[in-house]
Design a protein. Structure first.
Length: 202
């Protein structure tokens, strides 16, 4: 199989996402720049690089998706699954440390302010758009359906519009001087660790 390499994203710069509403100097842009180093580590992580290059081992993708499912199935969703009348199999694998820490953080965060919550949601979606955008910028289409499907889910007009709306809300309601700044940096940190924990930990 021929590998079409997707170059890593360059170092973050103010105005990178002006086209999405994060104009230079805006609240969203300042939050983005405050987490620039770890943001780049996340969107250029080994996991993302291997997925975009179609070299990600199936076992690692499976591990990631299981953890992503566990992350999603917290709270009401988890309870609903437990009560479901038909449940043929049950995954007994444990959460990775990053997944567990992420879920614990979000459990506390939902007790916070609207500004903190919208900042967290914006960051989650924005960083996924950022890594998926790398392959669009490179003009590379993944040949492995699972990889292409994951990219397609996080790129395109609808996802860009959704992320742009979240950025607009952050610009309107959040503050770089408030607790939202720490929320943004924490989400970036946890997203990076979530990717890294897809691999066996020594």
């Amino acid at each position: 199989m021929t590998v079409n390499h997707v170059p890593e994203a360059p170092q973050s710069a103010s105005g990178d996402y002006a086209w999405l509403g994060a104009e230079p100097g805006s609240v969203a842009d300042q939050l983005y720049m405050s987490a620039a180093d770890e943001w780049n580590q996340a969107i250029n992580s080994r996991f993302v690089n291997e997925m975009l290059d179609d070299t990600l081992p199936e076992s690692i993708l499976k591990s990631y998706l299981i953890q992503d499912f566990k992350f999603f199935n917290q709270g009401i969703m988890a309870h609903a699954i437990e009560l479901a009348p038909r449940q043929e199999t049950k995954d007994n694998s444990e959460q990775t440390p990053a997944n567990r820490e992420y879920c614990e953080y979000l459990t506390k965060l939902v007790q916070g302010t609207w500004e903190e919550l919208i900042t967290a949601l914006c960051c989650m979606e924005w960083i996924y758009l950022a890594w998926a955008k790398r392959t669009i910028d490179a003009g590379v289409i993944q040949q492995i359906p699972a990889h292409k499907g994951w990219v397609d889910l996080h790129e395109g007009d609808h996802f860009r519009a959704w992320t742009g709306r979240l950025i607009a809300l952050v610009n309107e309601y959040a503050s770089v001087d408030g607790s939202e700044a720490e929320v943004f940096r924490t989400i970036v940190h946890l997203e990076r660790r979530f990717f890294d924990d897809s691999y066996p930990q020594e």
